[in-house]
Design a protein around this ligand. Structure first.
Ligand code: GLY
Ligand code: MN
Ligand code: MN
Length: 439
């Protein structure tokens, strides 16, 4: 049994207590969580890669589980209704042989319909719309707002089991980032780096928490560059790689940027790395996460001044929103079962929403940090022609050192991203710990 296995029963106890409250909010007697269904592509017999409902994975760490369910009834052990169809075209999912299974009563079902027999009256269903039978099963309600609000709010605070999984996911991501850097050193293309990364994780592409972003040269200015070039650029100036891994369904989300030679872009990476580590240290219980975002804008503004890229005071850069030309996304987000974990704008179990500030629409997290929350910290500076053109046209032209910017355009941009836990003892940087363990 490993550390995560030992922590699993306690994790399940926490989920049960939350589920009791979530059920009470909708006056339900039982919670049925569907893993989801395989989706067949239009006019074809191929299916999309299966991704299980994150609420299902919260309980049962099974990735390959189409048609399975978890049933929670207050005061009872949870039931895993494991779907194992009789099929000779495909290999049916194999019943996991893992210590966590001992926490469940397990029933193998050959068809999802068989789950219906197990359901008490007033069952609340949580799952996606592709489950065709759901309208015929007589649920009390389906994804009721009050229940979902309670579940989503709670997901942000990780149990020790979840933190153990995420620590492993970050370590695996760090190892694969090292393999990617080694591939870059041989002059590999974006696509070849992707293959080296995948091989180092031992995951399939569908098992990654998100599509790898691997961007050479000016492609680094495309925030989510996933259309990977098969041919290495010449000259090869820079590489931005934003790639994660997953362990038992939990994600890591890590970005590193490299320059292939010394010069202003390498200096920018160095400054950004220091700035990013300072922001990571601010991940503490009681800190209002939007304050970290605003702090990032101040520090990025100062960095742009120090590197001679903008020609105004910090106050003017912030007042004119000039920093958003270079840093046009949020400082980060909740991380967990989903790379952009749910509930980032939610302030309580009742579902009160605080949207991001008006000038910062892409900020995904507006909560105050609690112990056990895992967030990313991912500041960046990009040279995005579309946004630079906007600044040129709208009166901010004189604030920018165009000659220096034009020299940096062929490098795309720099982003550094880590996964950080807020703990009572301070910030616990999971990804830096993963990289350190490699040395
Ligand atoms: N990899 C997506 C993100 O950093 O949010
Ligand atoms: Mn991220
Ligand atoms: Mn990322």
């Amino acid at each position: 049994m490993d550390a995560a296995d030992r922590l699993f029963p306690e994790h399940l106890a926490v989920l049960s207590r939350t589920a009791d409250r979530a059920l009470a909010a909708s006056e339900g007697e039982a919670l049925l969580i569907g893993a989801g269904q395989l989706r067949t592509q239009f006019l074809d017999d191929r299916t999309d890669p299966f991704v299980a409902n994150p609420h299902f994975r919260h309980w049962a760490p099974i990735l390959d589980a189409p048609g399975s369910f978890v049933l929670h009834r207050p005061g009872k052990r949870p039931t895993l209704l494991f779907h194992q169809p009789k099929d000779y075209w495909h290999k049916p999912p194999v019943l996991p042989n893992a210590p966590w299974m001992a926490s469940f009563d397990v029933t193998v079902i050959r068809h999802p319909q068989e789950a219906q027999k197990q359901l008490p009256a007033h069952t609340v269903y949580i799952g996606d719309d592709s489950f065709k039978e759901r309208d015929r099963w007589g649920f009390k309600s389906i994804n009721p707002v009050a229940t979902m609000a309670c579940l989503h709010y709670a997901r942000a605070v990780k149990t020790p089991y979840e933190l153990a999984c995420m620590r492993e996911a970050a370590a695996l991501g760090a190892r694969a980032h090292r393999a990617a850097a080694d591939a870059l050193a041989t002059g590999a293309s974006e696509y070849a780096i992707h293959l080296a990364y995948l091989a180092a994780t031992g995951l399939t592409e569908a098992e990654l928490p998100y599509s790898n972003i691997i961007a050479a040269n000016e492609s680094g200015a495309v925030l989510h560059h996933t259309d990977l070039a098969r041919v290495a650029p010449s000259p090869y100036r820079s590489l931005l790689i934003d790639a994660g891994a997953q362990v038992r369904g939990y994600a890591s989300d890590i970005t590193r940027t490299y320059a292939t030679a010394a010069g202003p872009f390498q200096e920018l990476i160095h400054s950004m790395d220091q700035l990013q580590q300072g922001l990571c240290a601010a991940v503490q219980p009681g800190v209002h996460y939007p304050d970290i975002h605003l702090q990032a804008h101040r520090q990025i503004g100062q960095l742009l001044i120090d590197h001679g890229l903008i020609l105004c005071s910090l106050e003017q850069a912030l007042e004119t929103d000039l920093t958003s030309i270079f840093f046009p996304h949020g400082i980060g987000h909740l991380l967990g079962l989903q790379v952009h974990d749910i509930g980032g704008h939610q302030q309580d179990e009742q579902g009160t929403i605080t949207p991001p500030p008006k000038n910062h629409p892409y900020l995904r997290l507006t909560r105050t940090l609690l112990p056990g929350m895992v967030v990313t910290i991912e500041p960046g500076i990009y040279f995005i022609p579309m946004l630079l053109e906007r600044a040129k046209q709208d009166g901010r032209r004189s604030l920018i050192h165009w000659e220096r910017i034009e020299a940096l355009l062929p490098y795309g941009g720099v982003r550094i991203e880590d996964d950080v836990v807020a703990t009572e003892e301070g910030a616990d940087n999971l990804s830096r710990a993963g990289f350190s363990a490699l040395n």
